[in-house]
Design a protein around this ligand. Structure first.
Ligand code: ADP
Ligand code: TRP
Length: 333
């Protein structure tokens, strides 16, 4: 077991089909590899930079946990925990902050996005920017470096944050010796796998254009029926590549079945019929996980127990890493 993979998932709202196909499926695949130990955690203290609502924080944390478990995350195999249950991360975060050039933070993308939004609205640069948001990449570096992660599976937008973690680790290693921190590498998933949303833009929580995975069947069907289509008459041939319904559907199919479906479009299928096929495909994928999800959400005490047990396993790794760093710095003998 040479590879340690780590990724954080922010509890910031109901996960959708894009999150399942783009993050959960590849994450589970990686976690099942014999040469990899996966650490997947719920980044609740990262979410705290934007969520200041107790009920939402609690609910969204359980929701994300149940989402991963319902799709098959095995908590025996994967170390699965709440970030806030691992105090070493926050001590390490302070240490890393002392080696992080302030200029890095000015350029980090979460902060820059907030500044750009302020400027566009005619507000001062830093309006509404907390120190938590500003130093977001330092905490993320502590998540990563705290378990000696070598591989960090992320979406493209997070590459810069992983690079910052690597850079901070290099600075510390340069001063205190190469073995002080393990250098991580971002692992970016294939971008062809981006799932479009109901309106054709990337499916995203922030656009409200998602297909939530665990809607009741009737609501799921209604949501699918909302996907944009044009006014081509039912019997006329359809170009699969320009159809949004096909764009979403293909993400669920193997290449052979995808080719068959494309042929059905070209032969002429009504948009209503195409949507019905997509709905049925979704039900095939989601019906069983939905049952597991509902059972998990009905028992938050069980989720707490599971996450706490995961945190204990994570701490068995973060404690010695922190001790190693403290000794290297001369703050412990
Ligand atoms: P959102 O855009 O809905 O807020 P996040 O940015 O929180 O989603 O992303 C969580 C994970 O899900 C990331 O790993 C990201 O790459 C993946 N993901 C999000 N949206 C999609 C999508 N439409 N297609 C594929 N993967 C996605
Ligand atoms: N910043 C990541 C996001 O917004 C979540 C995250 C927090 C993370 N800590 C991490 C991802 C550590 C990878 C590794 O999606």
């Amino acid at each position: 077991m040479s590879q340690i993979a780590l990724t954080g998932i922010k509890p910031t709202g109901t996960p959708h089909l894009g999150n399942y196909l783009g993050a959960v499926l590849p994450g589970l695949e990686l976690a099942r590899r014999d040469d990899t130990q996966a650490f997947y955690f719920i980044a609740d203290y990262h979410a705290l930079t934007g969520t200041h609502d107790r009920a939402a924080m609690l609910h969204d944390t359980y929701e994300v946990a149940a989402f991963w478990l319902a799709f098959g995350l095995d908590p025996e195999q994967t170390v699965f925990y709440r970030q806030s249950d691992v105090p070493e991360i926050f001590e390490l975060s302070w240490i890393l902050a002392c080696f992080s050039p302030k200029g890095f933070m000015n350029k980090a993308h979460a902060y820059k996005a907030a500044v750009d939004k302020n400027l566009a609205a005619g507000e001062p640069d830093d309006a509404g920017v907390s120190m938590g948001l500003y130093t977001y990449p330092v905490l993320m570096a502590a998540d990563i470096l705290g378990v000696d992660a070598s591989l960090v599976p992320v979406g493209r937008d997070q590459i810069q944050h992983v690079e910052i973690a690597r850079d901070i680790a290099q600075r510390i290693n340069h001063l205190y010796g190469d073995g002080t921190l393990r250098l991580p590498q971002a692992h970016v998933r294939d971008q062809t796998a981006i799932v479009p949303g109901l309106d054709g833009r990337k499916m995203s929580k922030s656009y409200g254009n998602g297909i939530p995975c665990f809607l009741a069947p009737k609501k799921l069907r209604k949501t699918v029926m909302r996907i944009k289509s044009d006014s081509t008459p039912p019997e006329e041939p359809k170009d699969p590549d320009s159809s949004l319904i096909f764009g979403i559907h293909r993400a669920l199919l193997d290449p052979e079945r995808e080719a068959e479906l494309a042929a059905e479009y070209r032969a002429g299928i009504s948009w209503g019929g195409a949507k019905q096929l997509l709905y049925e495909e979704l039900e095939r994928h989601l019906a069983e996980p939905r049952e597991r999800y509902e059972a998990l959400m009905a028992d938050p005490a069980h989720l707490d127990e599971l996450l706490l047990a995961g945190a204990e396993r994570a701490r068995a790794v973060t404690r010695p890493v922190l001790q190693r760093v403290r000794e290297a710095l001369g703050v412990a003998r």
